[in-house]
Design a protein around this ligand. Structure first.
Ligand code: ADP
Ligand code: MG
Length: 625
């Protein structure tokens, strides 16, 4: 059923090595064939070619009449899964996982359900006298036990052909004996065994021998008639479907694989968790801080609107009164006052010196309310007379208060109040404000230098009022009116929020990128470490995409769990920081699914790189010692 004609295989070097140089070989069903010869003679290469782990680069090879040259990669995997089981000199098993998993591996890639897989695996182990090993972690087994586990895999899978490459090469004679006994047992049940060996005693137990030297068959020995004795009446084919993997098995296998390498898995998990935790923590802290800032904005919400312009000549007094009335009627205006800047004037206390030159303003009685002035002694605002700034009162060197008289350009004016605080318009602390809208006190300057509308707006109304004021003041030339209004707290908050959001987004992107690259790198390193294990999976019939799926599934699981751990860690960080700052923590419910999705995406992207790398592993090379 295996027919090799003129098979050659050259390794391109340098130096170029011709490992097989035209080998003809027929292997009929049943029987025990030994391949012997010096080291480097091409025995392993021949076995790999026979087992479809590599292709010959010249000559022809047919398995059960199907030319191998016609098969693509998946076709080879299917044919391997249907036909061959391997026992390697290197004792390859799924380390740190129960022996049962290694025995059932061939059936795993035939889509056989777990219960049946385990039953067949236990049965095979029992028949080889190592049933007690079923639950042992494979890495604790001795070499002899490992080889018998590999033979149990062939038995459990029901492979028609077993290819064993120096299975006793690293064993003492007692263990070697047991392994050959087990192989002979397989032969007795109709399995075809092809065995590479250095040992003449082992070779002597085969019913056919070929000797390879320099890639050529130099000697053939054995009675073909013997083979017929072993030929089974009918070879039962393995259960399940060739080279098939169930999704459920894939997930359980990936989980087992992760659990088998706890240290590495923890490291990968941490890489994802730190990135997700950073993103969750920083966004949560930022959101909490933002809520805090917003509350502060609202508390300090600025509500002042000021407009100024140069007034015309005509009836300035009447115009000011009308204007103040119209401004007060605007929606959202709480108080409005028209102030005239009368320019600098000389002021003195009644007794004479010193005289100072200070700014003088003229306003109506609504100014203290509109400009939020506080008068000394908390007095209510007067309706006439002069308000004197507190700083000015000090500079004049006399005690000024209601009832005092000051000389303004030589004109006596009664002081009716002292401005103690003027946060909105600090200049007033060094000025005199005449509450004289009808311009009774003549300061020789008509019209005033400029006219100022001081408006106290209701909460949230400042921007809207600022837009309307120029049209109220001068519908003909509204552009001549200079308006000052605080930035709307809502707009300001929006700007701050979008800044914070952009920073967070950049930060999260960098963290995610770093974690993806870290994961990709760590997983690729892990794949290189697991080359032999992944090669073994290919040898028992896994396709490239099965290997890629395994690595990707592991990575996505890591991403998923890392996302959850990161979410918890990040939430703790939010709570810790907000509690330390005495803020109210803001936990967005949307963060949880986002963290999970983020972890999965990081896992998938990072894993994809390693998965591609893993799927490219050449099983023959990965499994060589
Ligand atoms: P044996 O198993 O009889 O010792 P091998 O089949 O392993 O011999 O090797 C035959 C020759 O091919 C040796 O010279 C070996 O170095 C060479 N060889 C085997 N595999 C490779 C490879 N992947 N790349 C390069 N040379 C190889
Ligand atoms: Mg070899």
């Amino acid at each position: 059923m295996l027919r090799l004609r003129g098979a050659g295989r050259t390794f391109p070097g340098p130096p170029e090595v011709r490992a097989l140089a035209g080998v003809d070989l027929d292997v009929a069903p049943g029987g025990f064939l030994a391949i012997v010869g010096p080291s480097g003679g091409g025995k392993s290469t021949l076995l790999n070619v026979v087992g479809l782990l590599e292709r010959p680069d010249s000559g022809r090879y047919a398995v059960n009449g199907i030319p191998v040259a016609d098969l693509d990669d998946d076709g080879l995997a299917r044919c391997r899964s249907d036909t061959f089981s391997f026992v390697f000199q290197g004792f390859h098993l799924l380390d740190r996982r129960p022996v049962l998993d290694s025995v059932g591996l061939g059936l795993l890639y035939r889509g056989v359900p777990r219960a049946e897989r385990d039953a067949r695996a236990r049965d095979a182990l029992e028949r080889l006298g190592i049933g007690v090993l079923a639950a042992q972690p494979a890495h604790l087994l001795s070499g002899g036990e490992r080889q018998r586990v590999a033979i149990a895999r062939a038995l459990a899978t029901g492979s028609p052909v077993v290819l064993a490459d120096e299975p006793t090469g690293n064993l003492d004679s007692g263990n070697a004996e047991r392994v050959v006994d087990a192989l002979e047992g397989l032969v007795g049940e109709g399995t075809t065994v092809v065995l590479v060996t250095h040992s003449p005693e082992v070779a002597a137990r085969a019913d056919r021998r070929i000797r390879l030297r320099d890639g050529r068959v130099v000697e053939t020995e054995g009675d073909r008639a013997d083979v017929a004795d072993h030929a089974p009446a009918s070879v039962a084919s393995p259960p399940g479907r060739a080279s098939t993997l169930r999704v459920r098995d894939l997930i359980v296998d990936a989980a087992g694989s992760l659990a088998a390498r706890r240290g590495r898995t923890a490291g990968l998990l941490l890489a994802v968790a730190v990135a997700v935790g950073l993103a969750v923590g920083s966004s949560g802290v930022a959101t909490s801080a933002r809520a805090q800032v917003s509350a502060t904005f609202d508390a300090h919400a600025n509500r002042d609107v000021t407009a100024q312009w140069t007034p015309g000549e005509a009836s300035v007094a009447q115009e000011a009164t009308d204007l103040a009335g119209r401004l007060r009627e605007l929606p959202g205006v709480e108080e409005a006052s028209i102030v005239d800047d009368e320019g600098p004037h000389a002021i003195g206390a009644i007794a004479g010196r010193p005289r100072l030159t200070i700014p003088v303003f003229r306003a109506d009685a609504a100014l203290p309310a509109a400009a939020l002035l506080t008068l000394e002694g908390g007095r209510p605002a007067p309706s006439d007379g002069a308000l004197v700034g507190a700083n000015l009162a000090g500079q004049l060197g006399v005690q000024l208060g209601p009832g005092s008289v000051v000389l303004l350009d030589g004109v006596q004016v009664e002081v009716t109040g002292v401005i103690a605080r003027s946060p909105r318009w600090p200049e007033l602390l060094g000025s005199v404000v005449l509450l004289d809208p009808d311009r009774v006190v003549d300061l020789g300057r008509t019209p005033p230098v400029r006219r100022i509308a001081v408006i106290a707006a209701g909460p949230g109304a400042a921007q809207q009022i600022a837009g309307q004021v120029p049209f109220v003041i001068d519908p003909v030339r509204p552009e001549a009116i200079e308006v000052f209004a605080p930035v709307d707290p809502g707009t300001l908050r929006g700007e701050v929020e979008s800044d914070v959001f952009a920073t967070l987004l950049a930060f999260t992107a960098v963290a995610a990128l770093a974690s993806t690259l870290g994961l990709a790198n760590a997983m690729t390193v892990a794949v290189l470490e697991r080359q032999a294990e992944l090669g073994l999976r290919r040898a028992v019939g896994a396709r490239r995409r099965h290997i890629a799926a395994l690595i990707l599934t592991e990575a996505v699981m890591v991403g998923c769990v890392g996302g959850i751990v990161g979410l918890l860690g990040g939430t703790l960080v939010i709570l810790a920081i907000t509690i330390l700052n005495r803020w109210a923590p803001v936990l967005e419910p949307l963060t949880a699914p986002l963290a999970l999705v983020g972890g999965v995406v990081v896992g998938a992207l990072g894993g994809a790189v390693a998965a591609v790398r893993a799927s490219r592993i050449q099983p023959a090379q990965a499994l060589r010692l």
